[in-house]
Design a protein around this ligand. Sequence first.
Ligand code: NAD
Ligand code: WQD
Length: 350
Amino acid sequence: MISKTVLVTGGAGYIGTHTVLQLLLAGFKTVVVDNFDNSSDVAIRRVKELAGEFGNNLSFHKADLRDRDALEQIFVSTKFDAVIHFAGLKAVGESVQKPLLYYNNNLNGTITLLEVMAAHGCKKLVFSSSATVYGWPKEVPCTEEFPLSAANPYGRTKLIIEEICRDVYNSEQDWKIILLRYFNPVGAHPSGYIGEDPRGIPNNLMPFVQQVAVGRRPTLTVFGNDYNTIDGTGVRDFIHVVDLAYGHIAALLKLDESNIGCEVYNLGTGKGTSVLEMVRAFEQASGKKIPLLMAGRRPGDAEIVYASTEKAERELNWKAKYGIDEMCRDQWNWASKNPYGYGSEEDSTD
Ligand code: NAD
Ligand code: WQD
């Protein structure tokens, strides 16, 4: 059994909660820091419960990563073997409206974290990057060597943080850093006890579909049906969030190898699924009809994006197990048990 201690920033969020649960079950002591900007303490409580006796290895600090004193205190009280850094703002549209908020939160949060880590001699990091850094790829599958670009401030924060990490490693080669580029995380833990709970109107496809299915929204607007794809709608690489969580355990194990430097890995399934195919799979899983409204393309959207998974398979010994039917089954299980996420109907902004 592993007895290492990991700091998870943003561990109360969607991907964070699923990863923290797997870390606990794998025997890691896990400390979460989150400011609840896009999450709640209910999520942390549920993770603790799901982990059973391993839940005793979870502790939590409510703090903003940019609060250097608070972060210092956390590092003074605990010696960490590694950090998994999820904390950040992630809404693409909002980042266009409020670029300074995104640069301030995502960049300053990361820089403060890296400085405090260095000061305490903790130099192993797993960072949440995104397939958004491939922009509109010229071909698919996307390999890690593809040219990178950013179509919005959110994506630019990911590009800049990737560069910061490379520079930090180049300056001090005892750092070990893994940049994970997630494709499109969906689904929920099969218990239906934790899942995605976005604030306000969802930006992403599956949270929106889920809210239509539970009756919170009347129709799904499909952004573009004139793409050069199987049915005209955009194609993405949807990945079950539980598979993604396991990818982080694989990355942590990789960090224990000598001289890995600063490495980047795609976490996807390698399969492309269109928006309409995903909607049909969800209708099957839920037995609910999702009314559609066909609309124009969403600015900044790419036509087809899916991952090359070879590098992660080869070097992390990790491969996604679940397909879209399981993703939709588990998403519906979570949605039907928690139609208003972690809150109640009264808390919702509908
Ligand atoms: P999320 O919003 O559910 O989780 C992020 C968490 O970070 C939230 O709990 C939020 O309260 C916290 N947070 C934000 N700023 C903070 C700060 N300054 N200090 C402390 N806590 C802070 O998002 P998620 O979907 O779980 O994403 C996790 C990470 O993965 C993010 O960095 C995101 O950009 C990245 N990512 C997500 C996706 C996706 O589609 N979900 C895809 C690619 C990459
Ligand atoms: C998928 C497809 C939409 C909503 C985004 C970020 C990326 C990463 C994952 C964080 C597209 C279509 C969507 C809707 C629709 N996040 N769609 N109606 O755009 O691939 O990636 O989330 O890093 O950075 O950019 O995901 O779920 O928003 O869209 O038709 O209401 O669904 O046009 O084709 P995307 P998405």
